[in-house]
Design a protein around this ligand. Sequence first.
Ligand code: AMP
Ligand code: ZN
Ligand code: FE
Ligand code: FE
Length: 298
Amino acid sequence: MKKPSDYNKNVKIDLHIHSTASDGTLSPLEILNLAQSLNLGAISITDHDTIDGTKEALTIGIPPSLKFLTGVEISAYPPPSFSFPGSFHVLGYAINVDDSVLNQTLAILQEARKNRNPRIIELLNRMGIELSLSEIRKEIGECQLGRPHIAKQMIKKGFVQSISEAFDKYLAKGKPAYVDKYRVNCDRAIEVILDAGGIPVLAHPVLLKIKNDDVLEKLITSLKKMGLKGIEAYYPEHTPDLIARYTEIANRHGLLITGGTDFHGSNKPGINMGSGRGNFSVPYKLYEKLTTSLEIRD
Ligand code: AMP
Ligand code: ZN
Ligand code: FE
Ligand code: FE
C-alpha cells in the first residue's frame, strides 16, 4: 500500500502568501481559488503583522482538496547583539487566530504602520514627488497600506517605471524616503506565536543579508533558545546551494524546514503562487512534518 508521503510526492505547497489584508493584490477568496486551480496541496496566508486575511480564508471555508495553515509574518528586531542590514521577519504558522495577546500585539504593529506612512509621503513630497495617502487609499480600499502601495502610485503618476525602481531609489532601507517602523523584539514575536499555539519560523534567511556564516550560526542558536522552531529554507531567492545550506543548519539545530514564494500578486511582479519565478517548488512533505510536530506537541 502507498504511504501518504509517496502519494503526495509531486504535490507542491506554498506557505508564504500575502493577501489584500496586507500588501498582496489577491483577496483571500482569490488566493483559495488560485491555489485550488494550481493543484497546490497546502497553503498559508502570512500577511505582514495582520491575521485578517487568514481569518477571512477560514470564514470563507477551505476547499476539501486544500490544506490550510493559519499564518502571519511579523516584522521584528533581531537580538540586541546582532546587527545586519536586511529584513528580519518571523513567520508564525498554525496560530490560534482568536488568541487575545496575539491580536493585541498585531493591533499595536498596525497602528505603528499608520503613523509611518504619512512620514514616508512627506519625505517624497519634499523631493517633489507629489502624492497623498488619500489618493492611494482610493486605489486600494481598506487594506493595510504598505510601501508597495506607495510604489504603485509612484508608477501610476509617472515618477518611476517599476516597483523595484521605487524601492531602489526612494523606499528601501537607507534610501531618502525610508522611515523605520516600530517592531517587536524577536523574543516577544516568538513568544506571542508560541503562546498562540503556533510554530515560529525564521523567514527568508537570505534577505537578512548576513555575510558571515558564523554570525548566521550564532543568530540561529540565539533564536532557537528563544523558542524558534523552523527556518524558511525554500524561498525563490534561495539558490539550490542556499536551500541545502539552510536545510543543513535547520537539521543540525533540530529545527523544521518550511518554504513559500512570498507571493504578493502584481505587487511582486514575476513571483507566481507555488512556483516563484517558474522552476521553484516546495515539497508537500514539509507540510506533513509541520503538522506532525503539532500533533506531537498536543
Ligand atoms: P512594508 O510592509 O511597508 O515595510 O513593506 C514591505 C514589503 O515591501 C515587502 O514585503 C515587499 O513586498 C516589499 N519590498 C521590500 N523591499 C523591497 C525591494 N527592495 N523591492 C521591491 N519590493 C520590496
Ligand atoms: Zn509584503
Ligand atoms: Fe518578509
Ligand atoms: Fe512576506
